[in-house]
Design a protein around this ligand. Structure first.
Ligand code: HEM
Ligand code: SF4
Ligand code: SF4
Length: 394
């Protein structure tokens, strides 16, 4: 009972937000036209910025020295001595922010248009994994700079990790590569900052696995527009050289407490600590966001059982018409050996079936149906739709 009330209230909120989203999209159509509206490429644009990150990161890796003495100086060297080095740094940093912003747009778009539940549960769950690994990748990137802010960021992160019951100190040791901060800490950061973004390619493959024909690339003109905007932003807000790190890291009196330049997209837990919030609050928000995201698809309930296409095996001739017509690639053709004269049978993958009913219309043998909408009803609906289309003025 309570669940129904919560579910209905939640659905009403989502529907209101969907209306706002669609209005916003219409508004942007006036500026960008339908073909180049960035909101229609909410999944493709994070992909574009990911490739900008990989390429700009390559140059930074080529000059980065992962030691306590060398890291800060090498970042300075890249910024002031390498031709366009400062631009590469700015591009890398702001592309990370742009990617996170477009991932958030993508997240709200799929949420508000109700494209995240049921047979879309896999992209949703892998999306939560993607945003989590993106966050860790960004955080380790800021730690690599090894200026005073990075040192403060490292110590704030250690504070947070050490507070985890039982395993806290081991997790901290895993992050900093031992019991205290040494050259290995920066080697560990560099490893994490390389391995985690690389792992995103695997998570993306998983993310797309159950999406039919995912739109992974925006039109070239839109990508160029985004890239131009990014370069302009880098020119207006160049990345500065930070304050040098303390030499003595074993005496807390020398460790900077404040992070001057908090990037709230990637360092919000540490940002909470420097703005006076408690460790408990920082963890509540940090864990609450992904856990809340994972729970969202279950808040709005909808009956699951019996909503998928089902094959009536006695009628199925194995003709494959439904297999070719299913827009969700939810039908597979299997060999059959049940002593009928037919060699193949259609099998529905319920994890992909979107309950659209097309296969029912495709099958000439009444061999596939959706229990909730019986075949005659689907035929009646198709005929009514065709009659409406024929009657409509051309
Ligand atoms: C690196 C980050 C991400 C990238 C590059 C990415 C990319 C994409 C792309 C290209 C699509 C296909 C879009 C289409 O065909 O219109 C997609 C679909 C989807 N994504 Fe993501 N995504 C990311 C993160 C996320 C996150 C954080 C979530 C939510 C937790 C999410 C949830 C979904 C869902 C539910 C779909 C299916 C939507 C549909 O079928 O209309 N994604 N994603
Ligand atoms: S109802 Fe049929 S056509 Fe539609 S997704 Fe399911 S199996 Fe495919
Ligand atoms: S269209 Fe009908 S008969 Fe042909 S394979 Fe699909 S379910 Fe079987």
């Amino acid at each position: 009972m309570l669940r129904d009330v919560v579910s209905d209230a939640y659905r009403n909120v989502i529907e209101a937000l969907r209306t706002v989203t669609l209005w916003l999209e219409k508004g942007l159509n006036l500026v960008f036209t339908q073909k180049y509206n960035p909101l229609y490429y909410h999944g493709a644009l994070p992909n574009f910025f990911l490739w900008v990150l990989y390429l700009s990161g390559l140059l930074l890796f080529a000059y980065y020295v992962p030691t306590l003495e060398g890291a800060y100086n090498s970042v300075n060297y890249i910024t002031s001595r390498i031709p366009s080095g400062a631009l590469f740094r700015a591009t890398h940093r702001y592309a990370a922010d742009a990617m996170m912003i477009f991932v958030l747009v993508h997240f709200f778009r799929v949420l508000f248009t109700d494209r995240y539940r049921e047979y879309r549960i896999l992209p949703w769950i892998t999306g939560v994994l993607l945003i989590t690994v993106m966050f860790i990748a960004g955080l380790t990137g800021y730690m690599l700079i090894w200026d005073a802010d990075s040192v403060a960021l490292t110590f704030r992160t250690m504070e947070l990790l050490n507070a985890i019951p039982v395993i806290g100190p081991s997790v901290t040791a895993l992050l900093i590569g031992g019991q205290q901060i040494t050259d290995y800490t920066l080697t560990r950061y560099m490893f994490l900052h390389f391995a985690i973004p690389s792992s995103m390619l695997f998570f993306l493959w998983w993310h797309y696995l159950r999406i039919t024909r995912p739109v992974t690339n925006a039109p070239l003109a839109l990508n160029l527009l985004m890239f131009g905007g990014l370069l302009m932003f880098c020119g207006i807000f160049p990345v500065a050289i930070g304050q040098a790190p303390p030499v003595n890291l074993s005496d807390m009196a020398f460790i900077p407490q404040a992070i001057k330049d908090v990037d709230w997209l990637y360092m919000f837990p540490q940002g909470f600590l420097v703005t006076g919030k408690t460790i408990g609050f920082a963890w509540l928000v940090t864990l609450g966001i992904p856990l809340g995201m994972l729970l969202l698809p279950y808040v709005q309930s909808k009956q699951f059982v019996g909503q998928f296409a089902q094959v009536v095996s006695d009628n199925c001739t194995g003709c494959s018409l439904c297999y070719h017509d299913c827009p969700y690639e939810a039908i597979e053709m299997h060999d059959r050996d049940d002593n009928t004269k037919f060699k193949r049978i259609a099998v529905v993958d319920v994890g992909r079936c979107a309950n659209c009913g097309l296969c029912v219309g495709a099958c000439a043998f009444k061999a596939i149906e959706i229990p909730r909408s019986q075949t005659p009803n689907v035929f009646a609906e198709i005929e009514a739709a065709m009659a409406r289309a024929e009657a409509a003025p051309v």
